[in-house]
Design a protein around this ligand. Structure first.
Ligand SMILES: C=C(O[C@H]1C=CC=C(C(=O)O)[C@@H]1O)C(=O)O
Length: 449
């Protein structure tokens, strides 16, 4: 087994945690003047996270107050159990918005073994940062987390001073410049892969599968990931933005348009996002693309499969379930069909139960799920790693929010490896599907050039 040293260390840390002896976490918070979030995560020496939602919550975190990792098919439950222990007895002195949260995610496949470029990214890993800065509704809070109250207070003092010296504006940096790109999948190989999937669909083994490609981008210099996210915010203000960097290995980042799930108390919000067309240069052309997507029987079928599958997964856990009206989700370079979905849960549940139920939605996996996973495994020639998998946060109450890790890449030294995929259904044309995949590389690729 070729495991990286970083991953070995993570696994060792988690196995050293005695089953019932996670130290109690203590946190202290203080309101701040505004501060550059990029400057706080401007390190590669320490674990760091950044998270921003389309509705305005922004969080950055640094260091590790607690870490939970897991692997194998029951990794969602393992994380939940370990996190419950980690948060048990949490003493938080501050407002709810500034509470400690665990940030991280999962690999797409449960039997994932990390190798380059995914060194350091195991099958499931979450970190409660030692220092968190949260901005929400024009308030900014600093939170320090430790296992002793004196330590938390001292950390809060230290970081209050440090933060006061940082710039208030987020630097957007400059693009690193692209030297060359290398595809994992040539157009010929893609056509063959799509045709193989279509044969399986023809034989009724499969209804839909999302096939992906990766693009390795060699840069002129190392990328400033936080600056890149700031530039993505300007281009894609209605998308999530995230960055996850462990103290070893690369930095996974992206600007996904797709919410996997958010849960607050019993209220759940999710969505189906599938079906893609380009943006037009002129409003009429833009509208014509959107109309073509809305009227396409093939795209509606592909989208409908995602809605149905979310209903099948979520309805058994819900007291009320509602599918809202389909809309067009317009992003700077692409537009999608979107159906918002809301539910009220039937009882107390952890957001990770919902994440487990929903991952992977057929927007990134397929239908039926097992046959789609098998097809992805048999077909793709690269490691999806954390691409297209849940990335987000949860708190001590089991509330939280997760995006689907698409429109994403992993940065390692002077390379960024990008990932993008497309749903294949009966009638899919390999050349059209190829074009749509290229559109999905663009958000990050454009910011690297
Ligand atoms: C799998 C990706 O996009 C999904 C989300 C929106 C539209 C999609 C589509 O049209 O196929 C995909 O399901 C990706 O961006 O890599």
């Amino acid at each position: 087994m070729d495991r990286s040293s970083g991953d070995r260390r993570l696994a060792a840390e988690s196995s050293q945690q005695p089953a019932d002896a996670a130290p109690t976490l203590v946190s202290r918070s203080r309101e701040l003047e505004d501060v550059s979030f990029g400057a706080i995560v401007d390190t590669t020496a320490e674990s760091r996270v950044q998270w921003a939602t389309p509705d305005g919550l922004e969080v950055v975190g640094r260091g590790v107050a607690a870490r939970v990792t897991a692997s194998g098919p029951d990794r969602f439950e393992q994380i939940r159990t370990r996190a419950d222990r980690t948060f048990d007895g949490l003493e938080h002195d501050g407002p709810q918005v500034a509470r400690p949260r665990a940030f991280g995610g999962f690999s797409f496949h449960d039997e994932h073994e990390p190798g380059p470029p995914w060194t350091g990214f195991g099958a499931a890993a979450f970190v409660v940062p030692q220092v968190l800065v949260v901005r929400s509704e024009a308030e900014t809070w600093l939170t320090a987390v430790a296992t002793q109250s004196e330590e938390a207070t001292a950390r809060l003092e230290r970081w209050s001073e440090r933060v006061a010296e940082l710039p208030a504006m987020q630097p957007s940096g400059i693009s690193p410049g692209v030297v060359s790109t290398r595809r994992t999948t040539s157009p010929e190989a893609w056509t063959e892969q799509v045709e193989t999937a279509l044969e399986r669909i023809d034989r009724d083994e499969l209804t839909k599968v999302v096939l992906a490609q990766s693009l390795s981008v060699a840069l002129e210099e190392s990328v400033d990931v936080s600056g890149t996210l700031e530039r993505l915010r300007r281009q894609y203000p209605n998308c999530y933005r995230f960055l996850i960097g462990h103290d070893t290995g690369g930095t996974f980042f992206g600007a996904p348009p797709e919410r996997l799930v958010s849960k607050r108390g019993k209220r759940v919000e999710t969505e189906a996002l599938a079906g893609s067309v380009p943006r037009g240069d002129m409003p009429e052309e833009d509208e014509a693309h959107a109309d073509r997507m809305r009227d396409s029987e093939k795209v509606q079928r592909e989208h409908g499969l995602v809605v149905e599958s979310i209903r099948d997964q979520l309805e058994p856990l819900a007291r009320e379930f509602s599918i809202d009206e389909q809309t067009i989700r317009r992003l700077a370079t692409i537009q999608h069909l979107q159906t918002p979905i809301t539910a009220t849960l039937d009882g107390d549940r952890h957001v990770l139960e919902l994440v487990e139920a929903l991952h992977p939605t057929p927007a990134v996996g397929g239908v039926p799920p097992a046959a789609a996973w098998e097809t992805i495994r048999d077909t793709e020639t690269f490691d999806r790693g954390w691409y297209a998998a849940p990335v987000g946060w949860f708190d001590a109450d089991g509330d939280g929010e997760f995006a689907v890790g698409i429109r994403s890449g992993v940065a390692t030294d002077e390379t960024v490896t990008l990932f993008a995929g497309n749903g294949i259904v009966a009638d899919s044309d390999p050349a059209d599907e190829w074009d749509e995949v290229q559109l999905k590389f663009r958000p990050i690729l454009d910011e690297l050039r």
